[in-house]
Design a protein around this ligand. Structure first.
Ligand SMILES: [Zn+2]
Length: 303
């Protein structure tokens, strides 16, 4: 896609408001810069909001946009293919439930909102784990699949959605926060939607990962048309603390780690982390190693 000069705008750091930065990487004519004050990495100049909105068309959601890994048609085919083993989504649900139990009396049917729920791969799992599920999704095409599962979905952005304060026990955002033009404002809104003791779970890329250090601008996560902010462990923690979250945990666990721990029977379904002291020690060591080699991060925080 070709862009004109007037399609771009310069922005300040979303996290701290500073406008002094250092240029880090160039990709497809865009610059990823790093704030001199707080270290946040962001695309600057970036496409104007109207241009960005136009990127999320039907083609984007079918794998022909700037992020080729998004393919809702493929998701639906896999989803309806009958494969229903213990997946990373199940583990995420176990983690959320464990945190809810820790922070307060878990509700009989905790209310969960997934922002950017796509075709409902996660919500379908969450429903099986006993959550009362709700979705927010920009793609009407994807939202319709979720509605067919009997899960209510609003096709709105975070800014346009109007959930009442204190209405959810858990909010989930997987691979979404990097797309948001104003993550601070969005996190404040999400914080207001959560009940006290409620859990926010997110997954996104990790700027600190070895793959970025090795591959530079070729790191797959640099998609400057739509990935507007890139977080590190530190900037993510700073965001969440600024908004008022506590018990912030950033881990880099992923599919491969879960598969390995499961095959060695270190973790079992229904347990977010093992209670047995030997298994727990192995779990912590393996997860720590994984923390330094994974290119993504998974974030849990409590209101
Ligand atoms: Zn900053």
């Amino acid at each position: 896609m070709n862009f004109q000069k007037e399609d771009f705008e310069s922005v300040i750091c979303d996290l701290c408001g500073a406008d002094e930065y250092t240029k880090r990487y160039e990709k497809r004519g865009f610059w990823m810069v790093q704030c001199n004050k707080c270290g946040l990495v962001y695309t600057n100049p970036r496409l104007k909001q109207k241009k960005i909105a136009a990127l999320y068309d039907a083609d984007y959601f079918q794998g022909h946009g700037f992020d080729k890994s998004i393919d809702y048609v493929k998701d639906v085919n896999q989803h309806t293919g009958g494969k229903d083993g213990f997946t990373l989504e199940d583990w995420d649900c176990d983690n959320i439930i464990a945190l809810l139990r820790e922070s307060r009396t878990a509700n009989h049917e905790p209310r969960l909102l997934e922002i950017g729920c796509g075709t409902g791969v996660f919500l379908d799992k969450a429903k099986k784990h006993g959550f009362d599920c709700h979705g927010l999704e920009l793609s009407e095409y994807a939202a319709n699949f979720v509605r067919q599962m009997g899960i209510p979905v609003e096709t709105k952005s975070i800014e346009d959605a109007s959930y009442p304060p204190n209405s959810f026990d858990a909010v989930v955002m997987r691979e979404v926060i990097e797309h948001l033009p104003h993550p601070l404002e969005s996190l404040q809104t999400i914080h207001s939607w959560l009940k006290p003791g409620g859990v926010l779970f997110m997954a996104t890329g990790n700027y600190d990962c070895p793959e970025r250090k090795l591959r530079g601008s070729d790191w797959f996560y640099f998609m400057p048309e739509g990935h507007l902010n890139i977080f590190s462990n530190r900037t993510m923690r700073n965001y969440l603390a600024k908004v008022g979250f506590s018990k912030i945990s950033v881990t880099n666990q992923g599919d491969k780690l879960m598969d390995m721990l499961k095959s060695k029977e270190i973790i079992t379904p229904g347990e977010s982390s093992p209670r047995n002291i030997f298994k727990r020690t192995v779990f912590i060591i393996v997860r720590s190693v994984n923390h330094f080699i994974s290119s993504g991060m998974r974030i849990y925080a409590v209101k």
